[in-house]
Design a protein around this ligand. Structure first.
Ligand code: PHE
Length: 454
């Protein structure tokens, strides 16, 4: 076993984990889900889940990592042989996410270059996104290949530390720009209805799928149930306060998601006059709405903001895709005899092949719609709404009944003997979270199959 390096500063851990957490999940995924699932209803469900569920799971995962000093595959097995399969399941998640994440990364690059080179009126036009994605299949494929290639070159050269440094410097700008754009949007005439839609819960929009979608989003956005936080935990020092680190990561991640929603959902509401069809644009929402918002800023300001915004989003996306690829590469290296280069090449080829259907699903394969979803949404659904809840369920069972919550509580207390939310943690991880996850999965399947109608 080689010695694991540790994070040198306390804030270093929080920043690194927050860096993994903040990505396209906050900027691209959260707003479209909120728009689709009833705005305020989704927001409320998400917030409740974040402070209860998200908190308990993140504490458990980081503590498992710190205690065992292993990454997910080894950690589950080390805690209990029978739970080795959970480690394998967690390993599947980044392998499914990386390809379609890179398809979206490609779209982000396309938008950056278009804002840079073409008049903003062209991008703000209604037909622009549709023509890009539904025109020649080669164009979106080309951008996707480019994004994957960049990710893989960075991972191969081992220069991700450099990229991450740049990105940490860029992140605050992204946050500031998001606040600025959100203010611009909510001060538009007529935006108020959209803001109300985004913030005020409306229980007629409520369904079990809303909770499932919010739960999947929580896992995705906070990098839970995919082994990432276990790995981060394995690098964390004992004198680093686990509980307060988790709170800080959560607050940061949720704040960015909330602001991204405030920037996109009211604008979408306004542009589509509150029509459900417009609000259900799904993965394409950000790309359809933001150019219109920037277009309203006038051509010079709009172009500058557009270029800056998509450049910053590109950084947020590439750091996430690097850490996804790193994770998959190290699993392949652990499980096979391949060296780093060969493993990286294998993962790149796999991701290229797996990503092609997601890209073509908006194009020549749009007739293939498993569960009524386009292919990208389908892969996203399988990883976030099926595999991740299952992983989270078994993690709760493992912690709640096999190794017992006390093991985790003791690990949290290593730093200063305190665990403020100990009671909340124990009751969540042992009872509420696992029962809730099973219930929601069950109801959602029943709803999807049309057995019940809520
Ligand atoms: N949490 C990231 C996001 O919100 C996604 C991600 C998952 C990044 C896993 C890295 C690893 O976009």
């Amino acid at each position: 076993m080689n010695q694991r390096s540790n994070f040198t500063s306390k804030i270093g851990f929080v920043l690194a984990a927050a860096g993994s957490a903040v990505g396209l999940g906050n900027l691209w995924r959260f707003p479209y889900l909120a728009a689709q699932y009833g705005g305020g209803t989704f927001l409320l469900v998400y917030l409740i889940l974040a402070v209860t569920f998200g908190f308990a799971l993140m504490v458990a995962e980081i503590a498992i990592g710190r205690k065992t000093g292993l990454s997910a595959i080894g950690a589950y097995k080390a805690l209990d042989k029978r739970f080795g399969f959970v480690g394998i399941l967690t390993a599947l998640v980044p392998a499914i996410i990386l390809p379609y994440y890179s398809v979206i990364g490609g779209w982000v690059m396309k938008y950056f270059f278009t804002f840079l080179t073409v008049d903003i009126k062209v991008v703000a036009d209604d037909a622009f996104f549709g023509n890009f994605i539904g025109g020649s299949p080669l164009e979106p494929l080309g951008w996707f290949f480019l994004f994957i290639a960049l990710t893989s070159i960075i991972v191969l050269l081992g220069v991700e530390k450099g990229i991450e440094k740049v990105s940490k410097f860029m992140m605050p700008f992204l946050a500031i720009l998001t606040v600025g754009i959100a203010i611009f949007v909510i001060t538009r005439p007529g935006a108020l209805d959209g803001v109300v839609y985004y913030i005020k819960p409306n229980f007629k929009d409520f369904s079990f799928t809303t909770i499932l979608a919010a739960m999947g989003q929580l896992f995705y956005s906070m990098s839970l149930a995919m082994g990432i936080m276990i790995t981060y935990g394995s690098y964390m020092k004992k004198d680093n306060n686990l509980e307060s680190s988790v709170r800080q990561i959560e607050i940061f991640d949720t704040a960015i998601a909330f602001l991204a929603g405030l920037m996109i959902v009211p604008a979408a509401y306004m542009f589509f006059d509150g029509s459900t069809e417009g609000l259900k644009k799904g993965p394409t929402l950000m790309f359809v709405i933001l150019p219109k918002v920037f277009g309203e800023m006038g051509s010079t300001v709009g172009t500058i903001i557009g270029v800056a915004f998509f450049l910053l989003v590109f950084f947020a996306a590439i750091t996430s895709s690097i850490s996804l690829m790193e994770t998959v590469v190290s699993i392949v290296m652990d499980k096979t005899k391949l060296g780093r280069k060969a493993a990286c090449a294998a993962v790149t080829v796999f991701s290229l092949l797996m990503g092609i259907p997601s890209s073509l699903g908006f194009n020549v394969w749009s007739h293939i719609a498993p569960l009524g979803q386009d292919l990208l949404t389908f892969f996203d659904f399988i990883s976030n709404s099926v595999i991740m809840p299952i992983v989270a369920f078994f993690t709760c069972v493992l912690v709640g009944f096999i190794i017992k919550p006390k093991t985790i509580v003791d690990e949290v207390k290593e730093t200063d003997g305190k665990f403020k939310s100990e009671k909340l943690f124990v009751i969540m991880i042992k009872w509420i979270a696992p029962i809730f996850i099973l219930g929601i999965l069950g109801f959602s399947v029943a709803e999807g199959m049309g057995w019940i109608n809520v």
